[in-house]
Design a binder for this molecule. Structure first.
Ligand SMILES: *Cc1c(COP(=O)(O)O)cnc(C)c1O
Length: 218
């Protein structure tokens, strides 16, 4: 796969689902990828990227943003409360809001700045103990707390289905939670399953290796 393969397949999946072109946005997940692969995708005109670590994102994207206009960055990995300020400096969206303490910290920072990144709540649809995210049964209450107690506007929900399970039931569950809470954004689907996610309503797919090639963790 490559950037153009992925964008072609996204367009085909949108069409098959009777969805508008561009209704599923590609987040190119650049974590761990060498810089030449990232600049190749930037040179091809792509501007929406995902990173899972605040520190790594800062080191990579501070210089790249000087060279490329219009970069949009989403945080797709866990956020510690002591990095909220830095996350506000760097990211246009935080997709991993998943606990009260973090929501409160984000609300405080948003209040102080008069601005806030776009926010997604991560739902642990597989209820995996090692994985971040709000358990599905607590999602409605957490969303209510975010809105009513902290005044946060939640743009979407995000999930990472268990690696060893069919992803579609997880995508369908995330969509159901979003629908009953009046939330429009759905960040779901990765290299192996982004077409399934689009058929189930994904507004954002997060594709790493499909765009850049396999990650080398060395
Ligand atoms: C790494 C990562 C991805 C991309 O995974 P690929 O399988 O390489 O497409 C998507 N979402 C999250 C949260 C990730 O950490």
């Amino acid at each position: 796969m490559s950037l153009s393969d992925v964008t072609t397949r996204i367009a085909a999946a949108e069409a098959r689902a009777g969805r508008a072109p561009g209704s599923a946005q590609l987040i190119a997940v650049s974590k761990v990828q060498p810089e030449d692969r990232v600049t190749a995708v930037l040179d091809a005109g792509h501007r929406l990227f995902g990173e899972n670590r605040v520190q790594e994102a800062e080191e990579r994207w501070t210089p790249l943003r000087d060279r490329y206009d219009g970069v949009v960055l989403h945080l797709i990995g866990p956020l510690q409360t002591n990095k909220v300020k830095k996350a506000f400096d760097l990211f246009d969206a935080i997709q991993t809001v998943d606990r009260d303490k973090l929501a409160r910290k984000i609300a405080d920072e948003a209040q102080a700045r008069g601005a806030c990144p776009s926010l997604f709540v991560q739902v642990n649809t597989g209820e995996e103990p090692q994985k971040a995210g709000v358990p599905p049964l607590e999602a409605d209450a957490f969303l209510e707390t975010c809105r009513d107690e902290y005044g946060l506007q939640i743009a979407g929900l995000m999930c990472i289905p268990p690696a060893e399970e069919a992803p579609s039931p997880h995508f369908a569950l995330l969509r159901k939670i979003a629908e009953r809470n009046g939330i429009a954004g759905l960040s779901m689907g990765m290299s192996a399953d982004f077409e399934d996610a689009i058929s189930l309503g994904a507004t954002h797919v997060r594709v790493g290796s499909g765009v850049f090639g396999e990650r080398d963790y060395g």
